[in-house]
Design a protein around this ligand. Structure first.
Ligand code: ATP
Ligand code: MG
Length: 389
């Protein structure tokens, strides 16, 4: 019977905490494949095994598994008993109908209870393949590798390891709130935090009542797509136009974008306290635009007590764009919109604001009221993936 064998890498490095990480991985594998007939998900030494109820959906299930964070690779494998005859027969079965000219055997013994060592197994099975198939051994650059994993009670044989995304299972690192614009960067930032085990909630500020609903639609589409990686999401939609108008009326033009950002951070922090989120996340990258100089980044994070995480800080726009394409958010992000931060902004924003400048500008604002009003008018939407009836 074909099964899916999941290997993890970084989790394997954890010592005492490993069960916590593996249990979350198993939970996430269950959630990722909830709409498919998966009979059983089982923890094995150093691996996780998915037994399918039939061969039909094997391809689709494997695709889902390959998106689950924590998965180093996923192999479609044949399971067999722990004796040499069974290993040979199963190897022959795995290789049947697969033309190849060069090969190698890569056996791994997870536990030393099996009487043969890995090199001995490589040799015995290699000889067996040579007798059966018109091929030669090439250890360095084989056309095909016969992988043999020997576990305490059974063995698995497979020919391909398909890479997963790596990282840590969503849920092991706690909850964060990502500030999500309609741009290219912030979805990538959220993705990277998920990949480090965070459950991400999203907050999007929109220009209502001065701008149309486009950016809200984009935020929804992006969250819907990203929910594939964490199974459930919450999106807070905050009307921000009126708060911006107050900023415009009361403060000098060059500081507006920074004042918007500080206010956004404060409202996000308020929502974080309701969510039990431990940090805020943005898509800022050093030097990308005027608001992202070291001075201005500092001014933004001074507004809040929670850590403000910027996973893209050292990345080039090109690298970020490439990753957005891989994740699938790029196509959504490039659709035209009007981000609320483009409302009432000056041609020449301050690139090196100081806390003195900003403090003076904010004296004219009733920040508590603005934060409260923003939070009160917020709409909350929930997403799940896969959507199960
Ligand atoms: P992005 O592609 O994420 O929009 P950007 O390079 O356009 O990034 P900015 O527009 O300066 O950069 O925004 C910097 C960060 O501020 C964004 O990555 C996002 O985290 C946050 N942000 C900006 N606008 C909004 C918004 N309308 N709602 C929520 N967060 C926002
Ligand atoms: Mg933007």
């Amino acid at each position: 019977m074909t099964v899916l064998l999941v290997h993890y890498h970084e989790i394997a490095l954890k010592a005492r905490n490993r069960p916590f990480f593996v249990n979350q991985l198993v939970r996430n594998l269950k959630r990722a494949t909830a709409d498919f007939p998966v009979r059983r998900i089982q923890k094995l030494p150093g691996r996780v095994l998915l037994e399918l109820a039939g061969e039909n959906a094997a391809q689709e299930v494997a695709e889902r598994v390959r998106r689950v964070f924590g998965v180093a690779n996923c192999c479609s494998a044949l399971r067999c008993d722990l004796d040499l005859e069974a290993l040979k027969n199963t190897a022959a079965k795995a290789l049947a109908g697969r033309p190849f000219q060069t090969f190698r055997v890569t056996a791994r013994r997870a536990y030393k209870t099996f009487p043969l060592t890995s090199p001995q197994l490589n040799e015995i099975l290699g000889t067996f393949v040579l007798e059966r198939f018109p091929a030669r051994v090439d250890l360095k650059n084989p056309e095909l590798t016969l992988f043999v994993d020997i576990l305490p009670k059974e063995a698995f044989i497979y020919l391909e390891k398909v890479r997963g995304p790596g990282g840590l299972p969503v849920g092991v690192a706690g909850r964060v709130i990502a500030l999500l614009s309609g741009g290219i960067d912030s979805p990538v930032a959220a993705y990277r935090m998920m990949r480090r085990g965070c459950q991400v909630s999203f907050v999007h500020f929109h220009g209502a009542p001065f701008l149309d609903r486009r950016t809200q639609e984009k935020a929804r589409e992006i969250v819907k797509l990203l929910t594939r990686y964490q199974y459930t999401s919450r999106l807070y939609l905050v009307p921000f136009g009126e708060a911006q108008q107050e900023v415009v009326v009361n403060t000098p033009a060059p500081y507006r974008v920074l004042l918007y950002r500080r206010l956004m951070a404060r409202i996000a922090e308020h929502l974080a306290s309701l969510e039990g989120a431990k940090a805020l996340v943005t898509g800022e990258s050093l030097g990308q635009v005027a608001s992202q100089t070291l001075e201005n980044l500092t001014v933004i994070e001074e507004a809040v007590k929670l850590p403000l995480l910027r996973p893209l800080i050292g990345m080039d726009k090109e690298e970020i764009t490439e990753q957005a394409k891989e994740i699938g958010t790029y196509e959504i992000s490039i659709q035209p919109d009007q981000d609320c931060c483009t409302l009432f902004v000056p041609r020449h924003p301050a690139t090196r604001a100081t806390m003195d400048d900003i403090g003076r500008a904010e004296m004219t604002l009733d920040l508590d009221r603005l934060v409260k009003a923003g939070a009160e008018r917020t709409d909350l939407e929930a997403f799940t993936s896969p959507e199960i009836a």
